[in-house]
Design a protein around this ligand. Structure first.
Ligand code: GCU
Length: 729
């Protein structure tokens, strides 16, 4: 008898009430009718205020007789964030801690005439289940599918760590063009038929196949997938796809796929969407993948947790190389060690067969709010050993925060590393990114290093002809990424680079850039309706199939200037620019094409390249268009402070921290101010104080930029400036 899988979409009652199970059952009839997938934070988790509902809620549903048919019945929950308990007819059957993996529980033997299923889900702060501190909304709910799986008495394993019951390990010999494919199965029968590539073997548990003239899984160009099937005499059958490929990393030459250089250049993705929270449909996942294919990315960092099986499947099918990770993030918790191991064990058990996955990520910026002590190191060593024990075929990595000293012992634990750097956005200047990697690579030429996060927020409503760090304009984000793209292209040793982020996403605690509750570093807006200019920069660099020319600045219509820059991103070698129908210039080049034109009135701009074109309309404005300026207060801070107000023979906030500190009196004043600021920021400041690399970095920054980064208000900046102006250089 074949297994049957029933998806429990309809018929759920939702209770937003932290009540005992018995009460939940009694109140169920008064609960809100919902369908799955569902999150209770679809709205309040995305509107700012850091006030989204975090608590215990209940999902209650009666199971029909038909749904409960079969010899053995299992419940499968594919995503319950963050901790769930499963109750059947008033009896607690299971508890699961971790919001991103599949878990199953057997219902057989607990069934009655009438069967009421109740699942409680909790997304409250706690000290044992990751994530607890991070820059994204911890949505609560049954946000992926919930299924009933009915199988014969003789069936494949369903309970252990949410296993698929089958594990496929292809080992490719590129020289011989063969693959040795080991298929392991878990079941309670005596024998199993395993079929690979048309060949069937009857074995106890495991079979090894050889594929001659193997068709490789060769990235986006040719993501060929084989299928392994396993069938028991009872009729229970399962199948999984797999891919035959070879991944390798070289400290000097970066990433290799199937023996050829294959620099991983791509983006990150969170699993949420404007208006839906993280309760995504297959169509939502597929729509995101279509955008990733349009961009031309060949890799994805699926941050900061285990994503839906459907999405790893899409990456397999589209040849996208994936960095998979667990949410061991920002702040280490002494009580969370077992949870990190549980989440990693489930991630690997459930995702092992996906050919797209190249690395397992141990943690993200875990030293941002925690010291690098023995407990932290041991937790990482335990995770690293678990990964290697469960999966000798893949490398481990971790995403390091910018202030982590490059000679920290933690960097020696994973096989390879990557850094999250935001110079030119949160702090410092763009060029410090180049300096960082050159310093790291010079000091550690035998270590593989990557660029796991970088980005700048942009609200498509804000524009400027003089874009600058912190103005949230589309133009600054584009300039930022133009710099990073060149920096990356000049450093082939970077094994992978991942733009943070492909999509704007929900961080309910944020309130900046004119948006509440959103991180706007996306190349595409949260609702996927708009691709920002920077999207087309990477499309021009990475997508070599679909000819296009993109006029930047379409939303920057009113321009209060006599002449203006017209920038075009294109994957074609030559771009022609027309203004009001007249050809004004032709440029040959690569990716970025810049023109300057006089602004006399309203103009129709047209860019043409081989097989493609783009148009926009802009006009000479008589006044600066205030609607393009964000953060007028901060802008005024920048504007009010002109150099001619300052006596250059004395110190001022325009001097760098290093220059000011060269004078003991001036240095003591700013150190006192920084110490006061640091105490407000909590323990992160310690990481700054004890971090020579960061001190060097900050020493090169002007006091004004440091104060603005730290959110200092105009008055306190003016006050410090007056004090410094009283000290002769
Ligand atoms: C960090 C972190 C991300 C966060 C990003 C940002 O590097 O890893 O989760 O969203 O910075 O500040 O935008």
């Amino acid at each position: 008898m074949m297994r049957t899988i029933t998806t429990l979409t309809e018929g759920w009652r939702f209770l937003k009430a932290a009540v005992p199970a018995e009460t939940a059952l009694n109140w169920a009839a008064r609960g809100e009718e919902v369908t799955l997938p569902h999150t209770w934070n679809a709205v309040d988790g995305q509107d700012g205020g850091n006030d989204y509902h975090r608590g215990t809620c209940w999902y209650v549903r009666e199971l029909t007789e038909e749904e409960c048919a079969g010899e053995r019945l299992f419940l499968e929950v594919n995503g319950a964030a963050m901790t769930a308990e499963v109750w059947l007819n008033g009896e607690k059957l299971a508890r699961h801690e971790g919001g991103y993996s599949t878990f199953r529980v057997e219902l057989t033997g607990k069934l009655r005439e009438k069967n009421i299923l109740a699942i409680s889900v909790n997304n409250e702060d706690n000290t044992v289940v990751y994530p607890q501190k991070a820059d994204f909304t911890f949505y609560g709910g049954l946000y992926r599918t919930v299924n009933l799986i009915s199988v014969p008495a003789e069936h494949f394993e369903l309970l252990k760590d949410g296993t698929p019951g089958i594990k496929v390990t292809p080992v490719v010999d590129l020289e011989k063009k063969t693959a040795t494919v080991t298929v392991e199965t878990w079941h309670n029968g005596k024998s199993v038929d395993i079929t690979v590539n048309g060949e069937t073997r009857t074995v106890e548990k495991t079979a090894v196949f050889t594929i001659e003239n193997v068709h490789l899984w060769d990235g986006a160009e040719d993501p060929y997938l084989y299928t392994a099937e396993a069938r028991l005499p009872s009729g229970d059958a399962i199948r999984t796809r797999f891919g035959c490929r070879v991944f390798a990393c070289d400290p000097e030459k970066g990433f290799f796929l199937n023996g050829r250089s294959y620099p991983l250049r791509g983006v990150s993705r969170h699993q949420d969407l404007k208006g839906k929270g993280n309760a995504l449909s297959y169509e939502d996942h597929a729509a995101d993948m279509a955008i990733i294919r349009e961009l031309g990315a060949n890799t994805l960092r699926l941050a900061h947790y285990q994503h839906a099986q459907e999405f790893y499947d899409l990456c397999d099918e589209n040849g996208i190389v994936v960095w998979a990770e667990i949410p061991y993030i920002t702040m280490h918790m002494s009580g969370g060690r077992q949870n990190t191991l549980d989440q990693m064990r489930e991630l690997i058990t459930q995702c092992y067969n996906h050919p797209c996955i190249a690395v397992w990520g141990l943690s993200n910026e875990i030293t941002a709010a925690s010291a690098v002590n023995e407990e932290l190191l041991e937790n990482h060593r335990a995770l690293n050993e678990l990964c290697h024990r469960m999966d000798p075929t893949r490398l481990t990595t971790m995403a390091d925060v910018f202030m982590l000293e490059i000679d920290s012992p933690i960097l020696e634990i994973p096989d390879i590393n990557s850094y999250n750097l935001y110079f030119g956005w949160y702090l410092g200047e763009l060029e410090q990114t180049d300096e960082f990697f050159d310093e790291y690579h010079d000091k550690y030429p035998d270590r593989v290093i990557g660029f796991s996060e970088y980005g700048a927020d942009a609200n498509p409503a804000f524009h400027s002809s003089r874009p600058e760090k912190g103005d949230y304009t589309e133009e600054y984000q584009a300039l930022y990424h133009e710099h990073m793209l060149k920096m990356i292209q000049a450093r082939p040793y970077l094994w992978a680079t991942h733009v943070w982020n492909l999509f704007d996403f929900a961080a309910d605690g944020r309130d900046e850039g004119g948006k509440h509750g959103e991180n706007q570093k996306g190349l595409v807006t949260f609702d996927r309706s708009l691709r920002k200019d920077a999207f087309y920069l990477y499309k021009a660099a990475w997508n070599k199939t679909e000819p296009f020319a993109h006029l930047c600045g379409k939303r920057y219509v009113n321009r209060c200037e006599e002449e203006t820059e017209i920038k075009v991103y294109s994957n074609q070698p030559e771009v022609r620019l027309y203004v009001d129908g007249t050809l004004i210039g032709t440029q040959r080049g690569e990716t970025v094409f810049r023109f300057r034109i006089p602004l006399l009135g309203e103009h129709l701009i047209r860019a043409e390249a081989e097989g493609c074109s783009d148009t926009m309309c802009i006009r000479r404005g008589s006044e600066p268009d205030e609607s393009y300026i964000f953060n007028k207060a901060a802008a005024s801070v920048t504007n009010w402070f002109d150099a001619d107000d300052v006596d250059p023979s004395c110190f001022s906030v325009s001097d760098t921290l290093g220059e000011i500190r060269s004078n003991p009196q001036a240095g003591a004043i700013v150190d006192a101010m920084m110490a006061r600021g640091a105490s407000e920021r909590g323990d992160v400041a310690d990481a700054v104080k004890d971090n020579p690399a960061l001190q060097r970095m900050m020493g090169r920054m002007t006091m004004l930029s440091l104060l603005k980064q730290g959110g200092a208000d105009e008055e306190s900046i003016k006050q410090l400036n007056r004090i410094l102006q009283g000290i002769k250089k």
